[in-house]
Design a protein around this ligand. Structure first.
Ligand SMILES: [Zn+2]
Length: 114
């Protein structure tokens, strides 16, 4: 946190704002927790655990709006949509009837036996 969210005075690393006296250490702790959730999400995403990454990103965003977390949530959303499209195309491919072999119709087969 660079500035006090109340009066915009430059933060000097102390627990209270030098201008308005607002308590800043709890806000700094929330910012730090949001960053930790973002790091957890990045590790989960790197190891292919997309649902865990999504959960951690939502937790991070709940604490502090971070542009990187928002972009990663969008990225995961695109990956989830692509997976849904792939699954749907797999299902429709499997549902299509298999082309019949060029077997003669039953009546013709019986006639050919003569
Ligand atoms: Zn202040």
């Amino acid at each position: 946190m660079d500035r006090c969210p109340n009066c915009r005075a430059r933060a000097d690393g102390t627990t209270h704002c030098r201008r308005c006296g607002m308590e800043l250490d709890r806000l700094a702790a929330i910012e730090q927790a949001a960053e930790q959730h973002l790091q957890i999400a990045l590790r989960a995403l790197a190891s292919g655990q997309r649902p865990a990454a999504k959960t951690a990103l939502h937790q991070a965003q709940g604490l502090k709006n971070q542009p990187l977390a928002a972009k990663l949530l969008g990225f995961i959303g695109v990956l989830d949509d692509a997976a849904r499209v792939d699954f749907a195309s797999d299902v429709t491919t499997q549902a299509r009837p298999v082309p019949a072999e060029k077997a003669p119709p039953a009546a013709e087969a019986r006639w050919l036996q003569w």
